[in-house]
Design a binder for this molecule. Sequence first.
Ligand code: ADP
Ligand code: DP6
Length: 343
Amino acid sequence: MSQPFPPARFAGYEAAPNIALVKYWGMRDDRLVLPRNSSLSMTVSRLRTRTWVRFDPSLRSDRFSLNGRPAGGGPLQGAVDFLDVVREEAGVSMFAEIRSHNNFPTASGLASSASGFAALAGAASLAAGLRWSPREMSRLARRGSGSASRSIFGGFVEWQAGRRPDGRDCFARPLFRADHWPELRDIVVLIADAPEKRVRSARAMQETVRTSPAYSERQRTVAGRLAALRTALRTRSADRFLALIMEECDDFRRVCETTVPSLDYLTPSSRAVLAAVLDLNRRAGHPVAGYTHDAGAHVHVFTFQKYVPRVRSRLRRIPGVSATRVLSPGPAARVIGVRSRSA
Ligand code: ADP
Ligand code: DP6
Protein backbone atom coordinates (compact mmCIF):
# COMPACT_ATOMS: atom_id res chain seq x y z
CA MET A 1 0.00 0.00 0.00
CA SER A 2 1.44 3.39 -0.92
CA GLN A 3 1.26 6.42 1.32
CA PRO A 4 -0.10 9.62 -0.27
CA PHE A 5 2.81 12.00 -0.11
CA PRO A 6 2.76 14.66 1.20
CA PRO A 7 -0.72 13.97 2.68
CA ALA A 8 -3.56 16.28 1.55
CA ARG A 9 -1.23 18.45 -0.53
CA PHE A 10 -1.79 19.15 -4.21
CA ALA A 11 0.45 17.43 -6.74
CA GLY A 12 0.56 19.24 -10.09
CA TYR A 13 1.23 17.89 -13.55
CA GLU A 14 1.22 19.42 -17.03
CA ALA A 15 0.66 17.64 -20.36
CA ALA A 16 0.14 18.64 -23.99
CA PRO A 17 -2.35 17.23 -26.49
CA ASN A 18 -1.14 15.15 -29.41
CA ILE A 19 -2.30 14.89 -32.99
CA ALA A 20 -2.52 11.36 -34.36
CA LEU A 21 -0.74 10.86 -37.68
CA VAL A 22 -1.77 7.19 -37.67
CA LYS A 23 -5.08 6.98 -35.84
CA TYR A 24 -6.28 4.79 -33.02
CA TRP A 25 -9.85 3.91 -33.97
CA GLY A 26 -11.27 0.69 -32.52
CA MET A 27 -10.70 -1.30 -29.33
CA ARG A 28 -10.19 -4.97 -28.66
CA ASP A 29 -11.08 -4.43 -24.98
CA ASP A 30 -13.12 -1.40 -23.98
CA ARG A 31 -12.75 -1.75 -20.20
CA LEU A 32 -8.95 -1.85 -20.34
CA VAL A 33 -8.84 0.46 -23.40
CA LEU A 34 -6.78 -1.89 -25.56
CA PRO A 35 -6.65 -0.78 -29.21
CA ARG A 36 -6.93 -2.93 -32.31
CA ASN A 37 -3.97 -1.22 -33.99
CA SER A 38 -0.86 0.68 -32.99
CA SER A 39 -0.90 4.44 -33.58
CA LEU A 40 1.63 7.23 -34.04
CA SER A 41 1.35 10.86 -32.97
CA MET A 42 3.10 14.15 -32.47
CA THR A 43 2.78 15.87 -29.11
CA VAL A 44 2.30 19.58 -29.76
CA SER A 45 3.77 22.79 -28.35
CA ARG A 46 1.80 25.75 -26.88
CA LEU A 47 -1.42 23.88 -25.98
CA ARG A 48 -1.53 22.31 -22.52
CA THR A 49 -3.52 21.02 -19.56
CA ARG A 50 -2.44 21.78 -15.99
CA THR A 51 -3.95 19.56 -13.32
CA TRP A 52 -3.66 19.58 -9.52
CA VAL A 53 -4.82 16.64 -7.37
CA ARG A 54 -4.97 15.97 -3.65
CA PHE A 55 -6.28 12.96 -1.74
CA ASP A 56 -7.81 14.06 1.54
CA PRO A 57 -9.40 11.96 4.32
CA SER A 58 -11.85 14.80 5.11
CA LEU A 59 -13.48 14.69 1.65
CA ARG A 60 -16.86 12.91 1.41
CA SER A 61 -16.82 12.54 -2.41
CA ASP A 62 -14.54 13.23 -5.36
CA ARG A 63 -14.53 16.82 -6.61
CA PHE A 64 -13.51 17.95 -10.07
CA SER A 65 -13.29 21.51 -11.27
CA LEU A 66 -12.54 21.92 -14.98
CA ASN A 67 -11.61 25.35 -16.34
CA GLY A 68 -12.77 27.01 -13.10
CA ARG A 69 -16.23 25.38 -12.94
CA PRO A 70 -17.45 22.27 -11.13
CA ALA A 71 -17.65 19.43 -13.66
CA GLY A 72 -20.67 17.12 -13.77
CA GLY A 73 -22.07 14.41 -16.04
CA GLY A 74 -19.66 12.58 -18.33
CA PRO A 75 -16.52 14.57 -17.48
CA LEU A 76 -17.04 14.03 -13.71
CA GLN A 77 -17.83 10.35 -14.17
CA GLY A 78 -14.74 9.93 -16.38
CA ALA A 79 -12.54 11.49 -13.69
CA VAL A 80 -14.11 9.43 -10.86
CA ASP A 81 -13.69 6.17 -12.82
CA PHE A 82 -10.09 7.11 -13.46
CA LEU A 83 -9.46 7.93 -9.77
CA ASP A 84 -10.87 4.48 -8.93
CA VAL A 85 -8.12 2.91 -11.06
CA VAL A 86 -5.49 5.01 -9.27
CA ARG A 87 -6.94 4.16 -5.83
CA GLU A 88 -6.86 0.48 -6.63
CA GLU A 89 -3.26 0.62 -7.90
CA ALA A 90 -2.11 2.66 -4.88
CA GLY A 91 -4.23 0.96 -2.19
CA VAL A 92 -5.70 4.34 -1.25
CA SER A 93 -9.35 4.72 -0.21
CA MET A 94 -9.59 8.52 0.21
CA PHE A 95 -11.57 10.78 -2.07
CA ALA A 96 -9.75 13.34 -4.16
CA GLU A 97 -10.05 16.91 -5.34
CA ILE A 98 -9.02 17.68 -8.92
CA ARG A 99 -8.51 21.15 -10.36
CA SER A 100 -7.69 21.30 -14.03
CA HIS A 101 -7.34 23.95 -16.74
CA ASN A 102 -7.00 23.52 -20.49
CA ASN A 103 -5.53 26.56 -22.27
CA PHE A 104 -7.48 25.64 -25.44
CA PRO A 105 -11.10 24.61 -26.24
CA THR A 106 -12.34 21.50 -24.40
CA ALA A 107 -14.15 18.70 -26.28
CA SER A 108 -13.92 20.28 -29.73
CA GLY A 109 -11.51 17.94 -31.49
CA LEU A 110 -8.21 19.35 -30.21
CA ALA A 111 -7.57 16.31 -27.99
CA SER A 112 -8.33 17.75 -24.55
CA SER A 113 -9.04 14.19 -23.45
CA ALA A 114 -5.45 13.25 -24.32
CA SER A 115 -3.74 16.08 -22.44
CA GLY A 116 -6.44 15.98 -19.73
CA PHE A 117 -5.99 12.33 -18.80
CA ALA A 118 -2.19 12.42 -19.23
CA ALA A 119 -2.01 15.33 -16.78
CA LEU A 120 -4.50 13.60 -14.46
CA ALA A 121 -2.52 10.36 -14.58
CA GLY A 122 0.63 12.23 -13.58
CA ALA A 123 -0.95 14.36 -10.86
CA ALA A 124 -3.13 11.61 -9.34
CA SER A 125 -0.38 8.99 -9.28
CA LEU A 126 2.02 11.46 -7.68
CA ALA A 127 -0.60 12.56 -5.13
CA ALA A 128 -1.34 8.89 -4.34
CA GLY A 129 2.33 8.21 -3.65
CA LEU A 130 2.98 6.04 -6.71
CA ARG A 131 6.52 6.59 -7.96
CA TRP A 132 5.96 5.48 -11.49
CA SER A 133 8.04 5.44 -14.67
CA PRO A 134 6.73 7.23 -17.79
CA ARG A 135 5.88 3.81 -19.27
CA GLU A 136 3.75 2.91 -16.24
CA MET A 137 2.14 6.34 -16.40
CA SER A 138 1.36 5.83 -20.09
CA ARG A 139 -0.35 2.54 -19.25
CA LEU A 140 -2.38 4.31 -16.56
CA ALA A 141 -3.30 7.33 -18.73
CA ARG A 142 -4.63 4.91 -21.37
CA ARG A 143 -7.40 3.87 -18.97
CA GLY A 144 -8.82 7.43 -18.99
CA SER A 145 -8.48 8.03 -22.72
CA GLY A 146 -6.55 5.87 -25.17
CA SER A 147 -4.88 8.81 -26.87
CA ALA A 148 -3.67 10.07 -23.45
CA SER A 149 -1.17 7.19 -23.33
CA ARG A 150 0.82 9.06 -26.03
CA SER A 151 0.73 12.49 -24.33
CA ILE A 152 3.02 11.25 -21.55
CA PHE A 153 5.88 11.59 -24.05
CA GLY A 154 7.08 14.55 -26.12
CA GLY A 155 7.99 14.68 -29.80
CA PHE A 156 6.92 11.73 -31.98
CA VAL A 157 5.33 8.84 -30.14
CA GLU A 158 4.11 5.34 -30.96
CA TRP A 159 1.45 3.61 -28.89
CA GLN A 160 1.92 -0.09 -29.34
CA ALA A 161 -1.28 -2.09 -29.38
CA GLY A 162 0.27 -5.12 -27.65
CA ARG A 163 -1.23 -8.60 -27.65
CA ARG A 164 -1.77 -9.50 -24.02
CA PRO A 165 -5.36 -9.61 -22.72
CA ASP A 166 -4.25 -7.88 -19.49
CA GLY A 167 -2.72 -4.90 -21.36
CA ARG A 168 0.75 -5.14 -19.74
CA ASP A 169 2.35 -4.69 -23.17
CA CYS A 170 0.03 -1.88 -24.21
CA PHE A 171 1.76 1.50 -23.69
CA ALA A 172 3.29 4.34 -25.68
CA ARG A 173 6.99 4.91 -26.24
CA PRO A 174 8.93 7.88 -27.60
CA LEU A 175 10.16 7.45 -31.19
CA PHE A 176 11.90 10.75 -31.99
CA ARG A 177 12.54 13.76 -29.80
CA ALA A 178 10.75 17.09 -30.26
CA ASP A 179 13.84 18.59 -31.96
CA HIS A 180 14.19 15.72 -34.46
CA TRP A 181 12.81 17.70 -37.43
CA PRO A 182 13.29 21.39 -36.55
CA GLU A 183 11.60 22.82 -39.70
CA LEU A 184 8.36 20.85 -39.27
CA ARG A 185 5.25 22.88 -38.33
CA ASP A 186 1.64 22.01 -37.59
CA ILE A 187 -0.76 24.85 -38.49
CA VAL A 188 -3.92 24.22 -36.49
CA VAL A 189 -6.83 25.64 -38.45
CA LEU A 190 -9.66 26.50 -36.05
CA ILE A 191 -13.13 26.26 -37.53
CA ALA A 192 -15.55 28.88 -36.20
CA ASP A 193 -18.71 26.78 -36.14
CA ALA A 194 -17.06 23.54 -34.91
CA PRO A 195 -19.77 21.76 -32.90
CA GLU A 196 -18.98 20.51 -29.38
CA LYS A 197 -18.62 16.72 -29.52
CA ARG A 198 -21.66 14.90 -28.14
CA VAL A 199 -20.23 11.38 -28.25
CA ARG A 200 -16.74 10.61 -27.03
CA SER A 201 -14.43 8.98 -29.55
CA ALA A 202 -14.17 5.86 -27.39
CA ARG A 203 -17.88 5.23 -28.02
CA ALA A 204 -17.99 6.37 -31.65
CA MET A 205 -15.16 4.02 -32.67
CA GLN A 206 -17.06 1.02 -31.30
CA GLU A 207 -19.86 1.84 -33.76
CA THR A 208 -17.34 1.94 -36.60
CA VAL A 209 -15.96 -1.50 -35.69
CA ARG A 210 -19.50 -2.86 -35.55
CA THR A 211 -20.95 -1.30 -38.70
CA SER A 212 -18.37 0.06 -41.19
CA PRO A 213 -17.80 -2.24 -44.20
CA ALA A 214 -14.47 -0.43 -44.78
CA TYR A 215 -13.03 -1.22 -41.32
CA SER A 216 -11.57 -4.66 -42.04
CA GLU A 217 -9.66 -3.27 -45.04
CA ARG A 218 -8.29 -0.48 -42.82
CA GLN A 219 -7.10 -3.07 -40.32
CA ARG A 220 -5.21 -4.87 -43.11
CA THR A 221 -3.34 -1.72 -44.23
CA VAL A 222 -2.80 0.42 -41.15
CA ALA A 223 0.29 -1.35 -39.77
CA GLY A 224 2.08 -0.99 -43.11
CA ARG A 225 1.28 2.72 -43.20
CA LEU A 226 2.58 3.15 -39.67
CA ALA A 227 5.88 1.44 -40.57
CA ALA A 228 6.21 3.65 -43.68
CA LEU A 229 5.54 6.78 -41.63
CA ARG A 230 8.13 5.78 -39.05
CA THR A 231 10.68 5.51 -41.87
CA ALA A 232 9.61 8.84 -43.42
CA LEU A 233 10.08 10.48 -40.03
CA ARG A 234 13.44 8.84 -39.37
CA THR A 235 14.78 9.93 -42.77
CA ARG A 236 12.95 13.27 -42.66
CA SER A 237 11.43 12.60 -46.10
CA ALA A 238 9.07 15.53 -46.54
CA ASP A 239 7.17 14.33 -49.62
CA ARG A 240 6.61 10.86 -48.21
CA PHE A 241 5.61 12.23 -44.81
CA LEU A 242 2.99 14.63 -46.22
CA ALA A 243 1.54 12.00 -48.58
CA LEU A 244 1.30 9.36 -45.86
CA ILE A 245 -0.46 11.53 -43.28
CA MET A 246 -3.10 12.54 -45.86
CA GLU A 247 -3.58 8.94 -47.00
CA GLU A 248 -4.10 7.88 -43.39
CA CYS A 249 -6.48 10.76 -42.68
CA ASP A 250 -8.54 9.90 -45.77
CA ASP A 251 -8.71 6.27 -44.66
CA PHE A 252 -9.83 7.30 -41.17
CA ARG A 253 -12.50 9.58 -42.65
CA ARG A 254 -13.69 6.77 -44.93
CA VAL A 255 -14.35 4.41 -42.00
CA CYS A 256 -16.11 7.21 -40.10
CA GLU A 257 -18.33 8.14 -43.02
CA THR A 258 -19.27 4.51 -43.69
CA THR A 259 -20.24 3.94 -40.06
CA VAL A 260 -23.99 3.46 -39.56
CA PRO A 261 -25.24 6.04 -38.70
CA SER A 262 -22.50 8.00 -40.47
CA LEU A 263 -19.91 9.90 -38.40
CA ASP A 264 -19.22 13.22 -40.05
CA TYR A 265 -16.89 15.40 -38.03
CA LEU A 266 -16.15 17.99 -40.71
CA THR A 267 -17.96 21.20 -41.59
CA PRO A 268 -17.95 22.72 -45.11
CA SER A 269 -15.11 24.99 -43.92
CA SER A 270 -13.04 21.99 -42.79
CA ARG A 271 -13.54 20.41 -46.21
CA ALA A 272 -12.49 23.66 -47.87
CA VAL A 273 -9.23 23.48 -45.87
CA LEU A 274 -8.53 19.96 -47.17
CA ALA A 275 -9.21 21.13 -50.74
CA ALA A 276 -6.97 24.19 -50.30
CA VAL A 277 -4.06 21.98 -49.20
CA LEU A 278 -4.42 19.81 -52.33
CA ASP A 279 -4.62 22.95 -54.47
CA LEU A 280 -1.51 24.47 -52.86
CA ASN A 281 0.43 21.30 -53.65
CA ARG A 282 -0.85 21.22 -57.22
CA ARG A 283 0.15 24.83 -57.82
CA ALA A 284 3.59 24.36 -56.26
CA GLY A 285 4.19 21.26 -58.40
CA HIS A 286 5.37 19.36 -55.31
CA PRO A 287 4.01 18.71 -51.81
CA VAL A 288 4.31 21.76 -49.54
CA ALA A 289 1.63 20.78 -47.01
CA GLY A 290 -0.40 17.82 -45.75
CA TYR A 291 -3.61 17.71 -43.76
CA THR A 292 -4.93 15.55 -40.97
CA HIS A 293 -7.80 15.80 -38.50
CA ASP A 294 -9.05 13.77 -35.56
CA ALA A 295 -12.69 13.32 -34.56
CA GLY A 296 -13.53 17.02 -34.85
CA ALA A 297 -13.89 19.89 -37.31
CA HIS A 298 -10.51 21.58 -36.77
CA VAL A 299 -7.78 20.63 -39.23
CA HIS A 300 -4.04 20.24 -38.67
CA VAL A 301 -2.00 21.30 -41.71
CA PHE A 302 1.58 20.08 -41.60
CA THR A 303 4.20 22.04 -43.49
CA PHE A 304 7.72 23.40 -43.10
CA GLN A 305 8.91 26.72 -41.69
CA LYS A 306 9.74 28.23 -45.12
CA TYR A 307 6.20 27.59 -46.44
CA VAL A 308 4.31 28.78 -43.34
CA PRO A 309 3.54 32.35 -44.61
CA ARG A 310 2.26 31.06 -47.98
CA VAL A 311 0.17 28.21 -46.52
CA ARG A 312 -1.17 30.25 -43.63
CA SER A 313 -2.31 33.21 -45.72
CA ARG A 314 -4.18 30.84 -48.04
CA LEU A 315 -5.90 29.03 -45.15
CA ARG A 316 -6.85 32.25 -43.34
CA ARG A 317 -8.86 33.44 -46.34
CA ILE A 318 -11.22 30.44 -46.19
CA PRO A 319 -14.68 31.49 -44.93
CA GLY A 320 -15.42 29.95 -41.54
CA VAL A 321 -11.77 29.72 -40.44
CA SER A 322 -11.61 31.66 -37.17
CA ALA A 323 -7.87 31.43 -36.46
CA THR A 324 -4.69 29.57 -37.26
CA ARG A 325 -2.03 28.64 -34.70
CA VAL A 326 1.42 27.49 -35.69
CA LEU A 327 2.62 24.63 -33.49
CA SER A 328 5.81 22.60 -33.35
CA PRO A 329 6.59 19.23 -31.81
CA GLY A 330 6.08 19.69 -28.07
CA PRO A 331 7.31 18.51 -24.68
CA ALA A 332 6.68 15.46 -22.53
CA ALA A 333 4.32 15.59 -19.56
CA ARG A 334 6.04 16.87 -16.40
CA VAL A 335 5.60 17.61 -12.71
CA ILE A 336 4.79 21.27 -12.02
CA GLY A 337 4.88 21.17 -8.24
CA VAL A 338 3.62 19.96 -4.89
CA ARG A 339 1.84 22.63 -2.81
CA SER A 340 -0.58 23.13 0.02
CA ARG A 341 -2.83 25.13 -2.36
CA SER A 342 -3.35 24.52 -6.10
CA ALA A 343 -2.11 27.19 -8.52
P1 ADP B 1 -11.37 16.22 -27.40
O1 ADP B 1 -11.30 16.28 -28.89
O2 ADP B 1 -11.15 17.57 -26.80
O3 ADP B 1 -10.47 15.16 -26.84
P2 ADP B 1 -13.49 14.48 -26.46
O4 ADP B 1 -14.98 14.66 -26.46
O5 ADP B 1 -12.93 13.27 -27.13
O6 ADP B 1 -12.87 15.82 -27.08
O7 ADP B 1 -12.98 14.49 -24.98
C1 ADP B 1 -13.38 15.52 -24.11
C2 ADP B 1 -13.54 14.92 -22.72
O8 ADP B 1 -12.23 14.72 -22.16
C3 ADP B 1 -14.23 15.85 -21.75
O9 ADP B 1 -15.62 15.76 -21.84
C4 ADP B 1 -13.72 15.31 -20.43
O10 ADP B 1 -14.40 14.12 -20.08
C5 ADP B 1 -12.29 14.95 -20.77
N1 ADP B 1 -11.38 16.06 -20.43
C6 ADP B 1 -11.10 17.16 -21.15
N2 ADP B 1 -10.23 17.96 -20.50
C7 ADP B 1 -9.95 17.34 -19.34
C8 ADP B 1 -9.11 17.66 -18.23
N3 ADP B 1 -8.38 18.76 -18.21
N4 ADP B 1 -9.07 16.79 -17.20
C9 ADP B 1 -9.78 15.63 -17.22
N5 ADP B 1 -10.61 15.28 -18.24
C10 ADP B 1 -10.68 16.12 -19.29
C1 DP6 C 1 -9.53 10.13 -33.77
O1 DP6 C 1 -8.66 8.08 -27.03
O2 DP6 C 1 -9.13 10.49 -27.51
O3 DP6 C 1 -8.28 11.17 -32.04
O4 DP6 C 1 -11.02 9.39 -24.77
O5 DP6 C 1 -13.14 9.05 -25.98
O6 DP6 C 1 -11.77 11.09 -26.39
P1 DP6 C 1 -11.78 9.63 -26.00
O7 DP6 C 1 -11.03 8.85 -27.16
P2 DP6 C 1 -9.56 9.07 -27.65
O8 DP6 C 1 -9.75 8.74 -29.22
C2 DP6 C 1 -8.82 9.19 -30.15
C3 DP6 C 1 -9.37 9.09 -31.53
C4 DP6 C 1 -8.62 9.91 -32.56
C5 DP6 C 1 -7.38 9.18 -33.07
C6 DP6 C 1 -6.19 9.17 -32.16
O9 DP6 C 1 -6.00 10.09 -31.36
O10 DP6 C 1 -5.39 8.23 -32.30
